[in-house]
Ligand binder design. Structure first.
Ligand code: FES
Length: 200
């Protein structure tokens, strides 16, 4: 993302904002005056940029006339929000009870080795971000891994490369959207904890 030359002094006398910050401004304007505007603004900003950079957070705080610490507090509370750039594909390994006892932890460890990053990290080529989840609603066919919106069930550590291959960014970065492998059904995940607007 293009860096703002300056995020200090956001009044009319400030230097021209970068395109990204102008996008932030437009998002804020759409929600100005709404109660609880912060979360939808953060959601839309993250959708626009893929993550919430310090410059974007600072701009949102300034435009909503909130302390930066308040905005940062919301960003860090909800696991939905991320301050680091994400990969083109998000791989989530379920560590809910059913998956955990059916080798979910082993699948996670093997995926870390296969992808080459730890949980919460993104590969250097920005192809994969690895995360964990807490039940995707497919416990009967554990262990379960979600890649983007695809649910992969009964995942085997020995077949992880096959699992990831359709999402390879060397294939143009096109993520599958036609359901998973290994009995993937395309079932939707249950709401995750700490999702804005959820039960957290
Ligand atoms: S515990 Fe993994 S899908 Fe339910």
């Amino acid at each position: 993302m293009e860096q703002a030359k300056s995020v200090a002094g956001l009044s009319e006398s400030a230097e021209p904002a970068s395109d990204d910050l102008l996008v932030v401004d437009r998002i804020v304007e759409r929600h100005r005056g709404e109660q609880g505007a912060l979360i939808p603004v953060l959601q839309k900003a993250q959708l626009a940029f893929g993550h919430l950079s310090p410059e974007v957070i600072e701009r949102i705080a300034a435009r909503l006339e909130m302390p930066i610490s308040q905005v940062t507090g919301v960003v860090t509370f909800y696991s939905y929000f991320t301050t680091t750039p994400r990969g083109e594909n998000t791989v989530r390994v379920c560590l809910g009870t059913a998956c955990y006892v059916r080798s979910g932890k082993q699948v996670l460890e093997d995926l870390e080795k296969t992808i080459g990053v730890s949980v919460g990290e993104t590969t250097r080529d920005r192809c994969f971000t690895l995360e964990i989840g807490r039940c995707f609603g497919a416990c009967g066919l554990a262990p379960v891994v979600m890649i983007n919106d695809d649910v992969h069930q009964r995942v085997k550590s020995t077949r992880l490369r096959e699992l990831l291959e359709p999402y390879s960014c060397s294939n143009g970065g096109e993520a599958r959207s036609d359901g998973g492998t290994e009995a993937g059904t395309g079932a939707r995940p249950e709401a995750q904890s700490h999702t804005p607007g959820g039960s957290a």
